[in-house]
Design a protein around this ligand. Sequence first.
Ligand SMILES: *[C@@H]1O[C@H](CO)[C@@H](O)[C@H](O)[C@H]1NC(C)=O
Length: 215
Amino acid sequence: MKFSLLLLTLLTCLAPALSQTPCEGKYDTRIKGNCSLKSLCEGALLSVDCSDENSCCIQRPPLPNPSPVCISITNFKNLYGDTVRTGYIHRYLNKALNDINVCQNCVASAAFLAIAATMTNEFTTDDAIGTDAQFSADDNKYGNTQPGDGGRFRRRGYFGIRGRKMYESLLDPEIMESPEKAAMPDKAINIAKTKWTSSMTKLADGTMYGFSMLW
Ligand SMILES: *[C@@H]1O[C@H](CO)[C@@H](O)[C@H](O)[C@H]1NC(C)=O
C-alpha cells in the first residue's frame, strides 16, 4: 500500500518532466520531432523555436558500435563532452571516416572532424541559426537565386553545405524537396562523403598548406 502510493506520487511528479513538446521542420512540417535538451538528442537539431534551453530534436536511428574505431569514444567525449548526444554522433562520424577511407589517416581524420565540429558549433546544431532578416541577406549569395533561398538553403549538416547551387550539386531530389533533410545525420554523412571524395582528400596531406586548402 505504502509502496504503491509512493509510486503514484513519483509518477505524478515525473510526468510533466517526461512529457515532450512536439516540434516540426520550418520548411517541411512533415519532419516531426520533440523539444529536448541538446545533450540528450539522438538525431538532428533543427533551429526551430522550442521554449527555454530546449532545441528541436528530430530523432534518427542510432548506429551500431563502430568497427573499426577511427576516433576512440574516450577521445571524442574528452573533446566534445560526455553526453548521450556525443555518444550518438561519435558512431555517425566514425562511419563517415570509414566510408571515406581515412580511418588510418590521422591528419585526414582530424581535418574531417574539425570541419564537422566547426559547421555544427561543436555538434550543438545541425541547422544554421539566424533571423529571417539575416537569412534573406543571403538570398543572392552562395548560388541562391530566389527570394527565401537564403533561409531555405542555409548551412546544414557536418559539411556545412550552403546555398542553392551546392544543394543542387548533391543530386538528391529528397533534399531539394525538403532541404532540412540535409541536417539529418544519415544524410549529413553521405553529403560529407560525396564532398570529400569529389575534391578534398588529396588536399589533406598533412601540410599546413594542404589543410588550409580545405577551406
Ligand atoms: C516525442 O516523444 C514521445 C515521448 O518520448 C515519443 O513517443 C514520440 O515518438 C516522439 N516524437 C517524435 C516525432 O520523435
